[in-house]
Design a protein around this ligand. Structure first.
Ligand SMILES: Cc1cc2nc3c(=O)[nH]c(=O)nc-3n(C[C@H](O)[C@H](O)[C@H](O)COP(=O)(O)OP(=O)(O)OC[C@H]3O[C@@H](n4cnc5c(N)ncnc54)[C@H](O)[C@@H]3O)c2cc1C
Ligand SMILES: *[C@@H]1O[C@H](CO)[C@@H](O)[C@H](O)[C@H]1NC(C)=O
Ligand SMILES: *[C@@H]1O[C@H](CO)[C@@H](O)[C@H](O)[C@H]1NC(C)=O
Ligand SMILES: *[C@@H]1O[C@H](CO)[C@@H](O)[C@H](O)[C@H]1NC(C)=O
Ligand SMILES: *[C@@H]1O[C@H](CO)[C@@H](O)[C@H](O)[C@H]1NC(C)=O
Ligand SMILES: *[C@@H]1O[C@H](CO)[C@@H](O)[C@H](O)[C@H]1NC(C)=O
Ligand SMILES: *[C@@H]1O[C@H](CO)[C@@H](O)[C@H](O)[C@H]1NC(C)=O
Length: 512
């Protein structure tokens, strides 16, 4: 710390400016009367290097690793990264944030780089890469694990399964635990155990001023409430305790169908029955998509639907007979251990769904049932848009029905996650290689799709799952319509992040 103060006071004049013209951090020692408005990244690299633990690395754009570490899933409005600080130990996160504060440099925590919202595009500064913080420790009594802030889905699933456990994660192998988890976190075990955030017991966090604290039901409970749903806005997480559960059946059953579009209406009729409206407690989950696959239909997109059952085929076969009878053009199935389910259902590390580097103009809606008229309307719209904009034909729609028993049985007021009565989760992702002449059409396609989903449920207000939207939706649709929710979040924001340092992922405060 002494070293840091010295450097701050004697800040050398330099050429290029990075400092944002935003509120200055507090200065408890009163020595930093002015911030170093002209600090260069070269200086930062030199100074910060001495302060970090030996396993840390600092990369500038000239380094090869920089390209890899800043490669993102979302290429539409990406953050502008000047320097990557890859932290080697949890303690380093606090060091970097304190340093950044003292020098008026912005910071942004990144793990697996799958964040989608356009607010990221306003960032210019240091990427704090937590990807090396991947340790997992199972608690003594086997009811919880301690996970570091850089853990990710496939890693967690593999690690726990080998040791006889499972926990709540997202569904895609490539995605981090906390990107989803700080905003809820939907996945294949939610019907049994709820969201990722519902299973958090303790969060080791670093606040915007660099102070490391423990956040739980007993320690800063107000912040604990906020970080279970609006967490991206409040702190960096170095590690967290999450409930874990006995792993259950040795194999899960999956069955993937591909249907041509003439089956659309009958398919959704059947799905509405399988989903039992709003109370799917059967541990059979399903999700599906619309996308182009000329191997099966050259003239129209196809409809793929995946069923996953937590247990053996024999338990669930009869329920799938109506789907067999519908006349799919292709069927794939198998009984396999849970960790293999991800790749088997198109959500594995090597699947196109996880691939980085292109634009994804997304939109999302939550509903309680599939409106079949709407599903047809959206399909036809997909066909029209693909014809009008061939450059956007890589678009897909994802429709998820994971079951909600574990989600709806939790008190909605107990966390900042506001949308427990959305039973089905829909997302449109308009995909294309970066090309600004297509941006307006992409945004329009996504918006129109979302509007149709919402018009299909005239008695409900639009909702936006924070991790699935573009981030330009209304704050109430994201963080909740009950006025007390935004009021509470903004109050906590004043307490824990008064200078709005955590504002690049669907910010609660927009007018900066
Ligand atoms: C292919 C794909 C599949 C997806 N599947 C699911 C799914 O099954 N379920 C679901 O709920 N969501 C899913 N999502 C959405 C997902 O929740 C978000 O995109 C999420 O932000 C990705 O997290 P990340 O770590 O991969 O990305 P990053 O870009 O690294 O992280 C996103 C943001 O989360 C915050 N963050 C991450 N780690 C930390 C940390 N340690 N401390 C503080 N803040 C942190 C930061 O603000 C960061 O910018 C999916 C997204 C994609 C692209
Ligand atoms: C992970 O745990 C090992 C063993 O306890 C330890 O040596 C290592 O430093 C830890 N890594 C991090 C990133 O904390
Ligand atoms: C949902 O299922 C649970 C458990 O089977 C049952 O207790 C509950 O009453 C059901 N709720 C509705 C709305 O059907
Ligand atoms: C079609 O089914 C076969 C056999 O089940 C499978 O190997 C193949 O991958 C499927 N094709 C597609 C495009 O899903
Ligand atoms: C960008 O999109 C436009 C409109 O579809 C197309 O004409 C042009 O070739 C594209 N540019 C590139 C570089 O692909
Ligand atoms: C389905 O959507 C249409 C609009 O597309 C709407 O008029 C109708 O009321 C919806 N049906 C239900 C059951 O909500
Ligand atoms: C950091 O912020 C927290 C929350 O606002 C506050 O309680 C704490 O005193 C601050 N620490 C310092 C060193 O300013």
């Amino acid at each position: 710390m002494v070293h840091l103060k010295f450097l701050t006071v004697c800040g050398l004049a330099a050429l290029s400016s990075l400092a944002a013209a935003l509120p200055r951090p507090s200065c408890p020692d009163r020595l930093c009367m002015q911030t170093r408005a002209y600090i260069t990244m070269h200086q930062v690299q030199k100074e910060l290097g001495h302060l970090l633990s030996p396993g840390s690395h600092i990369y500038s754009p000239d380094d090869q690793a920089f390209q890899e570490l800043t490669l993102r899933y979302q290429a539409f409005m990406p953050p502008r990264i000047q320097l990557v600080v890859q932290v080697g130990k949890e303690e380093d996160v606090s060091t970097v944030i304190s340093y950044a504060d003292r020098n008026s440099v912005e910071f942004y925590v990144v793990n697996r780089g799958h964040g989608l919202p356009v607010s990221q595009g306003t960032f210019n500064g240091i990427q704090i890469d937590v990807g090396l913080l991947r340790n997992i420790t199972i608690g003594k009594d086997g009811t919880y694990g301690l996970f570091q802030g850089g853990t990710f889905d496939q890693q967690v699933i593999d690690y726990l399964w080998e040791r006889g456990y499972v926990t709540t994660t997202g569904s895609c192998a490539c995605v981090g635990m906390l990107g989803p988890g700080l905003g809820g976190g939907h996945g294949r075990l939610q019907n049994k155990y709820g969201l990722i955030s519902d299973n958090m017991l303790k969060i080791n966090a670093v606040l915007a001023n660099g102070t490391a604290i423990t956040v739980s039901a007993d320690s800063h409970p107000d912040l604990f409430w906020a970080m279970q749903g609006a967490g991206h806005n409040f702190a960096a997480v170095t590690s967290f305790e999450l409930k874990i559960y006995p792993r259950g059946p040795d194999t899960w059953y999956y069955k993937t169908y591909i249907f041509t579009e003439d089956k659309l209406e009958k398919l959704f009729e059947l799905l509405n029955v399988v989903d039992e409206g709003k109370n799917q407690t059967s541990h059979m989950l399903n999700f599906g998509s619309y996308f182009w696959n000329p191997a099966f239909d050259a003239n129209k997109p196809v409809i793929q639907w995946d069923f996953t059952y937590i247990g053996p085929q024999s338990n669930v076969e009869a329920r799938l007979v109506p789907f067999n009878n519908l006349g799919p053009v292709n069927v794939t199935d198998g009984n396999i251990p849970y960790p293999e389910i991800l790749a088997a259902t198109g959500t594995g590390l090597d699947d196109p769904l996880c691939a980085p580097g292109i634009n994804h103009v997304v939109g999302t809606a939550g509903t309680q049932l599939c409106n079949i008229t709407t599903q047809r309307q959206i399909f036809d719209h997909f066909v029209e848009k693909s014809a009008a904009y061939p450059g956007l034909a890589g678009t897909f729609l994802v429709m998820e029905s994971y079951g909600v028993h574990g989600v709806v049985t939790k008190d909605p007021a107990s966390s900042a996650f506001p949308m427990r009565d959305d039973y089905l989760l829909f997302q449109v992702s308009v995909n294309y290689a970066s090309n600004s002449s297509l941006d307006a059409a992409a945004v329009q396609w996504a918006r129109e799709t979302v509007d149709m989903w919402n018009q299909g449920q005239p008695t409900r207000r639009p909702t936006t799952y924070v991790n699935y939207g573009l981030g330009d939706e209304s704050l109430e649709s994201i963080y909740g319509y009950e006025p007390w929710r935004m009021e509470k979040l903004l109050r906590l924001k004043k307490t824990y992040d008064p200078y709005n340092k955590f504002r690049y992922y669907v910010p609660l405060i927009r007018d900066v």
